[in-house]
Design a protein around this ligand. Structure first.
Ligand code: SF4
Ligand code: SF4
Length: 114
């Protein structure tokens, strides 16, 4: 396995190990740490290399910030200030749901095995 980019916010915690391709996603964060997706490149200002700036950690697993609070990340990419820890709004939930659908969230691990 190659080197995995350092992910902020883990406070030294042991991270979940990536499951096999097609297995249920366990929130290990490997995919988004390795290479930002198309959503991240278009809306978050991410480049070719990971980790994705929208990768968040919650309850011991990584979650996609563009699903949880997309308005914050889209605004930040546009140079607007915003509170990263603000409670997600109803609009976040509506937009985030569409992004989750587009990303295939809940359909299992789609990252190639290292
Ligand atoms: S899709 Fe796979 S690599 Fe990505 S967080 Fe889920 S389990 Fe980890
Ligand atoms: S936008 Fe979400 S799914 Fe895409 S790389 Fe970033 S954290 Fe991962």
């Amino acid at each position: 396995m190659g080197a995995i980019p350092l992910i902020d916010g883990t406070a030294g915690a042991r991270l979940p190990v990536k499951p096999a391709f097609g297995s249920p996603c366990n929130g290990c964060g490997y995919c988004c740490a390795q290479e930002p997706c198309a959503v991240a490149r278009e809306f978050v200002g991410a480049g070719e290399d990971g980790p994705c700036p929208a990768l968040e950690r919650e309850d011991g697993r990584f979650v996609c910030g563009m699903i949880v609070r997309p308005i914050f990340y889209i605004g930040r990419a546009a140079g607007l200030d915003g509170a990263a820890d603000a409670a997600p709004s109803a609009e976040d939930a509506a937009i985030g749901g569409q992004i989750a659908e587009a990303l295939g969230a809940g359909r299992g691990c789609d990252a190639d095995d290292p």
